[in-house]
Unconditional design. Structure first.
Length: 400
């Protein structure tokens, strides 16, 4: 029977400013399905605009007690108990499992009341806690199944403080199809869990750019360097500062979009060690459309990413969509978008001098080279154009 309704389970979208990339995908999902319902895990603040046939349903899990969790103990738990045993904090992991049982029950009655059981395709944007809830419902035969994407933190187990992702085998047993956003992610999960490889499929994300490519090379002697990320350990923004401190013969303006717990440390480091030829602007957390507008209105010489781990960076996709050369570390799926056609790929753990030398190479060889910028744009258009990737993805969903 045809699924006319899509139920999208997100972390927070459409609330807050995170998960910006769903802003693009949701328009294609809305075109493909008669009805789209979003169930965010958290809902604080003002929701972003959505297509007319998209509605939001908010769950309330606040009435949880351990007693209510114990009421949901059942045969489904046997697939999860091995992870409780291997956990370094068995009490917390068991508590998480009991809470998931309760939340799955609350979710089920919401789905039932909103007519989201029959003819409905469930889609978890992240392969995490919400996938566990839907796995419980699937194992209880309360839904027919669900599909999910897997990105970075929800895929690579070394990024979890336990060294593994709890209830992963349970999720894989119950998910109908798992879409990996990078070839690196696809190969990773095939090697970790080959038993379920018939469920895995590569599906790149994408970004839109309906503006003509600007190939007018500026006369300015100042080079504009842009980065965009949360300022947290894994993003290693401090490496950008340390690399810039080693460059004295270029006038550079470094603009960073994003905020996070380490932002003040990075600002202080910049004040302490950057020479006078380096200017900085910290824009903070702003809406995604404002970042794209900045790319459109300014000639950006290079986009830089120094993460220690990535799925496949959407911010790099966005930069390449404007023909901006990229300098990035070779982690996760980054080498699927940063190559000889788009910029320079750094080593996985570069020293500041390696970053500095290659950044100067980008400035000298690629930044003001109209032919190269056209090549960057062409690579984006051929591999990460939202219109192509999301139409292919929604066609797959409609045929499940």
């Amino acid at each position: 029977m045809t699924n006319n309704t899509l139920c999208l389970h997100t972390a927070q979208f459409p609330y807050g400013l995170s998960e910006q990339f769903i802003e693009t995908e949701i328009t294609y999902l809305a075109q493909a399905f008669e009805r789209v319902v979003i169930i965010p895990g958290a809902a604080e603040g003002t929701p972003r605009p959505l297509p007319d046939n998209v509605e939001v349903c908010v769950t309330d899990y606040s009435c949880y007690t351990t007693a209510k969790g114990l009421q949901q103990v059942g045969s489904w738990m046997r697939y999860c108990l091995s992870d409780v045993h291997r956990s370094t904090n068995k009490k917390i992991t068991l508590s998480t499992l009991l809470r998931a049982g309760y939340q799955a029950e609350v979710l089920f009655y919401l789905l039932k009341n909103k007519n989201l059981i029959d003819n409905t395709l469930h889609y978890t944007y992240w392969f995490n806690e919400q996938s566990t809830l839907l796995s419980i419902l699937k194992s209880k035969k309360r839904i027919n199944g669900f599909i999910s994407r897997a990105h970075g933190f929800d895929l690579y187990e070394d990024r979890n403080k336990e060294g593994f992702i709890p209830f992963r085998k349970f999720q894989l047993k119950n998910v109908s199809k798992l879409f990996l956003i990078s070839k690196d992610g696809l190969e990773y999960i095939k090697s970790k869990y080959p038993k379920y490889q018939h469920k895995y499929q590569l599906s790149y994300l994408g970004i839109e750019n309906n503006h003509p490519l600007n190939l007018s090379i500026p006369d300015s002697k100042e080079y504009l360097l842009v980065s965009c990320s949360r300022v947290v350990d894994i993003k290693r923004v401090y490496l950008i500062v340390e690399a810039l401190s080693k460059i004295t013969d270029f006038q550079i303006r470094w603009v960073h979009f994003g905020d996070g717990p380490l932002i003040n440390e990075v600002k202080e480091l910049a004040k302490e060690i950057l020479p006078d030829n380096i200017k900085t602007e910290f824009k903070g957390m702003i809406p995604n459309q404002a970042v794209l507008q900045y790319f459109q209105n300014n000639f950006v010489d290079c986009f830089i990413n120094t993460s220690s781990s990535e799925g496949l960076s959407v911010s790099i996709m966005e930069a390449t969509g404007y023909g901006i050369p990229v300098l990035a570390t070779n982690v996760g799926g980054t080498n699927e978008i940063v190559n000889n056609s788009t910029g320079i790929l750094l080593s996985e753990h570069p020293e500041p001098i390696e970053i500095a030398q290659n950044l100067q190479e980008v400035f000298m060889s690629f930044s003001r080279n109209a032919g190269f910028r056209q090549k960057v744009y062409n690579y984006w258009n051929n591999h990460f154009n939202a219109e192509i990737n999301y139409q292919r993805f929604t066609n797959t969903l409609k045929n499940l």
